[in-house]
Ligand binder design. Sequence first.
Ligand code: SF4
Length: 316
Amino acid sequence: MTKPALTLYLAAPRGFCAGVDRAIKIVEMALEKWGAPVFVRHEIVHNKFVVDDLRDKGAVFVEELTECPDDRPVIFSAHGVPKSVPQAAQAREMIYVDATCPLVSKVHIEAQRHADNGLQMIMIGHAGHPETVGTMGQLPDGEVLLVETVEDVATVQVRDPGKLAFVTQTTLSVDDTADIVTALQLRFPGIVGPHKEDICYATTNRQEAVKAMAPKCDAMLVVGAPNSSNSKRLVEVGARAGCAYAQLVQRASDIDWRALDGIRSMGITAGASAPEVLINEVIKAFSDRYDVKVEMVETAVENVEFKVPRVLREPA
Ligand code: SF4
């Protein structure tokens, strides 16, 4: 039986970013240096496949530092942690390695600097996301106000409208965040903030590639985890950019083939924490069913790399 023809557009860049790559390397190098078990506070990156692989190698994933013994190394995830976490590890004289992405750490430093200058902080982010919790936790409880939407901007209660600054989560929708920043600037004209927002290069580039790809596609899949903020944003960006069917899948077995019946063009991308092996698995699943012609939609070339912390580069 001849297979139906399908043009498969592949977004570039897609998948792993420099922060995720570094965080995974940190766990692997810690296991090499100190042996198993190495404890990891929270999923090192939001991807089950990555977490399961590291668990097989000897990593133990926990949600709180209180679940870790004093005498084993602990790693903090790429999303960042409140200041109280490394403080508690120090108090217990634990070995800890911070895998917070340097671009998240940069936001932490910004928040502290604004507070030192007497400004009250507003964070644009998603309530409960570990990155938001970590960034808000750089300052004492109640010092950082969270806004999630343009509507929140209208109701947020500030101490002094003339003494305000904002920071953002790194994995937000570029367009939604621009609207929230505009609303903040309209209500609080003196508000201090980054040049645009703190959304990182990887989030921006992946969203740009999806915007270029989506209008060409009958359907689009984002390979990523349901708790991955940047992956969920890619689905929204794809739908808004004109793709009638945009879905998140963790791997090939999640694909709803019936929903894809009759498509002639398909777009594929992946969130920053999704490994290329899962993307290849999805491409293979399409090749098994369709006569696939792959076309790259490349909107940027990335060559960002972050060093692992010195403690892991030094001999044991
Ligand atoms: S998505 Fe951006 S901020 Fe998050 S780990 Fe990757 S590079 Fe860092």
